[in-house]
Design a protein around this ligand. Structure first.
Ligand SMILES: Nc1ncnc2c1ncn2[C@@H]1O[C@H](COP(=O)(O)OP(=O)(O)OP(=O)(O)O)[C@@H](O)[C@H]1O
Ligand SMILES: [Mg+2]
Length: 249
């Protein structure tokens, strides 16, 4: 196996808070690598540095062997590194298809997001429909976004990320706010993306994490305290202590 993403001694602090502290992590090609950790552990801060929204204080990030530590966000996206869009980037009165077409269009360098993309442009409709099919939303392609459920919005965000044909997907709590059935559906969708896409998954739903992850890293107070196969992480004393609190140590 080779690493698609290499993180070396990454540091980021906010005032006195070390949100990312000496983080070392390799994400291997084709794996689903989950990052778990308590609230405020620094998971979102780490993702933001990988996508380029936040600049690290020090350290290095390499993607497919290239140093991207100071590479702008849109260049990283073009290189094949995508994070899910936030719900706010979904236009509620446009159809799911139109929303994904906009993501394709933006990726091709046209950021005129005020106009509806033309429905008869196959260079937009084909990748958009393919992305919707992969997340199980093709039957609702012509529905307006406001008419679909919260879970389907989250699936739509993944389709919008997939439309840019990334090799590495960064997912920050994709199951948040989903019911059990929607979560199980998304677990199956992510399993279907595996191998072709490498996935770095931040998720609080432990059933989903243990169903999906090839490896898990545990982040506590900005530091990775353990990385390993799910069974090793489940039995790790440091991890149990971090989750159960000092009194259980
Ligand atoms: N822009 C910011 N300015 C100041 N402090 C910040 C900022 N962003 C994050 N922090 C702090 O950095 C730490 C890590 O926050 P982060 O959001 O990365 O945690 P998280 O692991 O994603 O938490 P959660 O599970 O709640 O999503 C927290 O102490 C947080 O308050
Ligand atoms: Mg977070």
């Amino acid at each position: 196996m080779s690493a698609i993403l290499e993180i070396r001694d990454l540091n980021k602090s906010f005032g006195g808070v070390n949100a990312t502290s000496h983080v070392q992590l390799d994400v291997e090609q084709g794996e689903i690598h989950a990052i778990i950790g308590p609230n405020g552990a620094g998971k979102t801060t780490l993702i933001a540095q990988l996508s380029g929204e936040l600049a690290p204080d020090s350290g290095e990030i390499r993607f497919e062997g290239r140093d991207i530590t100071n590479t702008p966000m849109h260049t990283r996206a073009h290189m094949g590194l995508a994070r899910t869009y936030q719900i706010t980037s979904v236009f509620q009165d446009m159809t799911l298809l139109e929303n994904v077409m906009l993501a394709v269009q933006a990726h091709h360098g046209h950021s005129f997001r005020f106009w509806r993309p033309t429905q008869n442009d196959a260079s937009l409709t084909e990748p958009a429909e393919a992305a919707l099919a992969r997340v199980g939303l093709i039957d609702k392609a012509r529905h307006p976004a406001h008419a679909v459920s919260h879970g389907e919005h989250r699936q739509l965000e993944i389709a919008m990320a997939l439309a840019t044909d990334p090799s590495l997907l960064l997912l920050d709590e994709p199951m948040a706010g989903m019911g059990q059935e929607e979560t199980r559906g998304l677990v199956e969708i992510l399993k279907g993306l595996k191998v072709e896409k490498t996935i770095l998954l931040i998720e609080h739903d432990m059933d989903a994490v243990f169903a999906l992850a090839d490896r898990i890293s545990v982040l506590v107070y900005g530091q990775i305290i353990a990385t390993g196969a799910p069974d090793n992480i489940r039995d790790n004393e440091d991890v149990k202590r971090a989750y159960l609190g000092e009194e259980a140590a």
